[in-house]
Design a protein around this ligand. Sequence first.
Ligand code: ARG
Length: 273
Amino acid sequence: MTMDATRQRFLMCRPTYFAVDYAINPWMDPTAPVDADLAVRQWERLRQVYLDLGHTVEEIAPVPGLPDMVFAANGGTVIDGKAMAVQFRDPQRADEAPAYRAWFEAAGFEMYDPKHVNEGEGDVLLAGGHLLAGTGFRTAHASHAQLQEVFGYPVITMQLVDPRFYHLDTALSVLDERTVAYLPEAFSPGSQAVLRRLFPDAVHATMADAEVLGLNAVSDGRHVVLPEQATGLAAKLRDRGYETIGVDLSELRRAGGGPKCCTLRLRQGKANR
Ligand code: ARG
């Protein structure tokens, strides 16, 4: 089997103002100290990994007072040159939405505004011609219909059931056109059945891998960038022929985020890049 890497264009946000000042998921403990400089160094290494793989990384300017803005995956959903802006569940993150929206607009994407809570690529993943859309904690089920209308891909609702895996991208990772990896127990029984139907060859992750946010991985179809602590998952992926690249984002994990959370895929703008 030959596995081809596709060049990607990513949007990232430097964690200059990273902090854990509030708790909106079970990973966040505002009483524990956070090393923002370490977070920046870990983030810079992730960015360098992408550049070394030949991907393009665009940067949005971080805004003081928005400590979670580093999680660019929550800034929007960008497919076929269309960008759907986001609406956060929690007021602490609300002001990130217009900042990302302005960036997409300036970059020339066709803009759509959300009518319901929608946390972007954190909960919306394009896989095998379907949009897998998470709900249960953040993105509202009602927004799934709008996603289908805007992007014109069949939307498959994925019901998340474990609060530690509150965004779809913490429980499922798209590896290529045909394959995903996921933690079955993070999904309702019905969603598990749907995943088995859609992806009979999927890689099943263990709780040990998911607990280090191993599924919060970024794949270009050949190379998979994932938390280095997810050793079991990395071994399974290598068995399937992927090249794995481990990164340490331990400091950002204190906010409940990993490599994918820090990375928004930009699928074609006006420049058609
Ligand atoms: N602290 C952030 C939140 O709870 C983390 C977001 C992680 N992003 C993601 N795409 N899973 O909203």
